[in-house]
Design a protein around this ligand. Structure first.
Ligand SMILES: CC(C)(COP(=O)(O)OP(=O)(O)OC[C@H]1O[C@@H](n2cnc3c(N)ncnc32)[C@H](O)[C@@H]1OP(=O)(O)O)[C@@H](O)C(=O)NCCC(=O)NCCS
Length: 168
């Protein structure tokens, strides 16, 4: 397996895993994250073209087995923190979870964020997504606050913000 920066040829594989993640969300009761499709694709797909985002894929024989999307935040409200990166989303192929792929992807993303002079990483995750919370805790992240918002359909979602270090 190799981990390399995302390129447009990975788009289909990444979107396939994004749909898997969305199925997971529905299964654990956090609802459909796709919002309204405008022209067939989820607006989240814009993350893949956003020049402020740096994304990585885990691949074997050309097949995308996992991905992670990152961004350096321009606004950093934490005075004691040098620079702040964000992990937007990480997804590993469902049948290949618990084999260390998520850890490898995270370490690659953290290395990139550290190289951009950001000492810390912020992310948020649904409080119903217990496997992901366990994963991020294992990666050294700690919950710093919780928030609740309402989807267009009226469902409420509670999220927990977690903070970790880019130096791993
Ligand atoms: C979260 C996710 C990316 C983890 O990927 P992964 O490849 O399974 O993670 P790893 O195998 O590297 O796990 C590392 C450690 O995290 C913890 N962990 C990961 N998944 C866990 C789970 N389902 N339950 C409990 N602990 C878990 C364990 O401590 C694990 O180490 P161990 O297997 O030696 O016990 C994967 O579960 C996933 O794709 N989930 C769906 C998408 C998602 O929810 N993304 C997060 C939103 S930000």
């Amino acid at each position: 397996m190799i981990v390399e920066p995302y390129s447009p040829e990975d788009r289909e594989g990444v979107l396939r895993l994004y749909l898997q993640f969305n199925e997971d969300r529905i299964a654990f009761g956090a609802g459909d994250a796709r919002y309204k499709y405008i022209e067939g694709e989820t607006p989240w797909a814009n993350t893949l073209n956003d020049r402020n985002c740096k994304n990585f894929v885990a691949k074997e024989k050309g097949i995308v087995l996992g991905f992670i999307t990152t961004r350096i935040l321009e606004y950093n409200p934490f005075e004691k923190i040098k620079g702040l990166g964000e992990i937007d989303l990480i997804v590993v192929e469902r049948s290949l979870r618990r084999r260390g792929i998520g850890t490898i992807l995270f370490k690659r993303a953290a290395k990139h964020i550290e190289s951009q002079n950001a000492s810390h990483i912020l992310l948020n995750v649904s409080t119903k997504n217990l496997p992901a919370i366990k994963f991020w805790t294992k990666m050294g992240f700690q919950a710093i606050s919780k928030s609740c918002f309402e989807h267009h359909g009226g469902e409420r979602e509670e999220i927990v913000y977690m903070m970790g270090k880019s130096e791993v």
